[in-house]
Design a protein around this ligand. Structure first.
Ligand SMILES: [Fe+2]
Length: 215
């Protein structure tokens, strides 16, 4: 969900928290997730999601995550961000700290992590501590873009998975993990190509093996 729980006024969080909690109690979803990002600045909405300033954001993120989980009466899995700027290099450590402090979870978007690794020079292995505890994954297509002569990767969600995304999904989703089931969501939000989407799902199912039923 996109609750804006890091920045929404506390009284609004209480009100929408009641609504979400009712849904959770009735629907009993496999997991509850949210975005860990900035949706606004000085009270104005941003045109696109912005990444947290991790060192400065930790205290507020810990406090708000605890509150949000209490309001929902549920563990919340927070999704990692497709960093573009070099400051995003400390994201894996931030997540590890946040998980330790709040008991929240990680919804690991494999492609977001690959985009962040390419843009910031970090390694996928930096996520090992956080990823090893959780078993819900996202993946989507990404694109190489150019702005004022500088190339960068963008989580475009508008194409089939890159082979390295699929390889990482298979590697992570194949591991034995705690919890009753592992889930993988392949996201396709723009320029939707149903054939390419179906092919990714077929490849995922084939490579995970017959005893797996990927979502
Ligand atoms: Fe995602």
């Amino acid at each position: 969900m996109g609750s804006h729980f890091l920045e929404r006024p506390a009284n609004e969080m209480v009100e929408i928290g009641k609504i979400y909690r009712s849904f959770i109690q009735v629907v009993r979803p496999i997991y509850v997730s949210d975005h860990l990002a900035r949706f606004g600045h000085d009270g104005l909405p941003l045109p696109i999601l912005a990444e947290l300033d991790y060192p400065r954001a930790l205290a507020n993120a810990v406090e708000r995550t605890r509150q949000w989980q209490d309001l929902l009466d549920s563990t919340v899995l927070l999704e990692n961000f497709p960093s573009v700027m070099s400051d995003g290099a400390c994201q894996p450590g931030f997540f590890a700290e946040l998980i330790r402090a709040t008991g929240c979870g990680l919804l690991f978007d494999v492609s977001n992590a690959l985009v962040a690794a390419k843009n910031t020079g970090t390694r996928m292995e930096a996520w090992e501590e956080a990823v090893g505890q959780f078993n819900h994954f996202h993946a989507a297509g990404f694109d190489l873009q150019c702005f004022k002569g500088r190339e960068f990767y963008l989580d475009s969600h508008d194409r089939a998975l890159a082979p390295e995304s699929m390889d990482w999904v298979i590697r992570l989703a194949s591991r034995d993990r705690p919890g009753p089931r592992t889930t993988v969501v392949i996201e396709f939000d723009d320029q939707i190509d149903v054939g390419a989407w179906q092919q990714d799902l077929r490849d995922l199912r084939r490579r995970l093996g017959p005893d797996r039923s990927p979502a």
